[in-house]
Design a protein around this ligand. Structure first.
Ligand SMILES: [Cu+2]
Length: 110
């Protein structure tokens, strides 16, 4: 079947709408295993999401950006995750609430 003018116009408009969007944001995963954030330091781009995944057998953890004065994430258990979107470039150090010896850094580029 030949495409109609309307359907051609529709796909053209869809293409334009897509190209007007900002670059595709990504989700970067940080694992939590053996009482460590892995990798300990991640580099992402502005607009990206960082997702922490608890890969322990029993231990629950949290993510706490103490220096920003943000509330601690919920404790998440093995198999659970927590995520945050980073909109602004900068260096974001964090710890685990119940285990402050666990530290990590999110580096957000432009
Ligand atoms: Cu912890």
């Amino acid at each position: 079947m030949r495409p109609t003018t309307a359907s051609l116009l529709k796909s053209l408009l869809a293409g334009l709408a897509l190209s007007a969007l900002p670059a595709h944001a990504e989700t970067v995963e940080v694992g939590i295993e053996k009482m460590q954030f892995v990798p300990q330091r991640v580099k992402v781009k502005s607009g990206d999401t960082v997702k922490w995944v608890n890969r322990e057998k029993r231990t629950s953890h949290s993510v706490l950006f103490e220096q920003e004065g943000l509330p601690e994430s919920e404790r998440f258990f093995p198999g659970e995750s927590w995520q945050r979107i980073f909109d602004k470039p900068g260096i974001y150090p964090y710890i685990c609430g119940p285990h402050p010896e666990m530290t990590g850094v999110v580096e957000v580029a432009e």
